[in-house]
Design a protein. Structure first.
Length: 291
């Protein structure tokens, strides 16, 4: 056999990144998902990933890749398999200790930004922070000067993830405080906030509408809130005013059928204006109550 033919044979045997990506896409039926798995397995993304497409992958990369594909095919959510997920401008670490940040929660961040962007100073509390998604996105997008953000959660395991993510936001991390505790108990005594924001658990116990993969994989403490899913709003809404400035706002993510109930709670708690807003699909998704 000629040297040329030998080289061609070797080349066909080499597992390049391009071939690994294609094989993964064939197995998963999605080039996007295959790409994300290959990116994590090789620790390459963007231009570096493109530049390495014709390079061979290492045995270690293939092992990491195969383990991720097996986990994904067993039903584990892709976000946990990857161990990371994008939320606004952040690439957050996520695992089974925290809820996977959802696109609709990005709208909650947008609404808080609109409320505080023009204030000279802004103090915000993100209660039930989980991965830190809401509070860290706010810290990342608000001015470095004049911003103070508290992240809290009752669950210490979730706060460990939030702290890991805090370490990844660069200089804005200096504006963030983290404290464990049950809703308002985590906040400093007597301090007032311009905005209290929360995406609390809001699924009714035993709800049949919940996706099986969510029920099986995501933390129950992040999901369920009593027989009608409103138990945590019943605790947060009446307690909020004493932690807000005189013009402060409470911003809550809600389930699509909870707008009327949460609006009534806010009015009963003495909030002057209560605005129920839709998500991009047109479903009620958040409540902004202002004192
Ligand atoms: C729906 S998850 C939201 C996580 C994150 N904020 C997000 O939007 O992706 C609700 C969070 O509330 C926390 N939580 C549940 N009960 C709580 C309580 N009594 N006090 C504080 N946090 C609580 C859970 O641990 C969970 O992290």
């Amino acid at each position: 056999m000629s040297a040329d033919a030998d080289d061609a044979g070797d080349a066909a045997d080499v597992l390049t990144l391009r071939r690994l990506w294609q094989q993964t896409a064939d197995v998963l039926g999605s080039r996007h998902e295959a790409r994300w798995i290959c990116e994590v397995a090789t620790a390459l993304d963007g231009d570096e990933f493109e530049a390495a497409l014709d390079q061979p992958v290492t045995e270690r990369m293939v092992q990491h890749h195969d383990a991720m594909v097996a986990r994904y095919r067993s039903g584990e959510p892709l976000q946990y398999v990857l161990g990371r997920w994008g939320f606004r401008r952040l690439d957050l670490a996520v695992d089974r200790r925290v809820l996977i940040p959802r696109p609709e929660t990005e709208l909650v961040v947008e609404s808080v930004l609109d409320l505080v962007r023009d204030l000279p100073h802004r103090r915000i509390a993100d209660l039930g922070t989980g991965s830190g998604a809401i509070g860290l996105a706010l810290a990342d997008e608000l001015p470095l000067d004049g911003t103070e953000i508290w992240l809290s959660d009752a669950d210490g395991d979730a706060l460990d993830v939030a702290r890991a993510n805090l370490a990844g936001i660069g200089r804005a991390a200096r504006n963030v405080r983290v404290n464990q505790g049950d809703w308002f108990e985590a906040l400093p005594d007597g301090d007032r906030f311009d905005v209290i924001v929360s995406n609390p658990p809001y699924v009714a116990d035993g709800s049949e509408l919940l996706d099986a993969s969510v029920r099986e994989w995501e933390p129950a403490v992040a999901l369920f809130a009593g027989a009608d899913g409103l138990d945590d709003y019943r605790r947060i809404v009446p307690g909020a005013s004493e932690h807000l400035t005189t013009t402060g706002s409470l911003v809550l993510e809600i389930g699509t059928d909870q707008g009327a109930a949460v609006r009534s709670m806010c009015l009963a708690a003495g909030f002057r204006t209560v605005d129920v807003r839709p998500d991009l699909a047109g479903h009620d998704r958040l409540v902004i109550a202002t004192r």
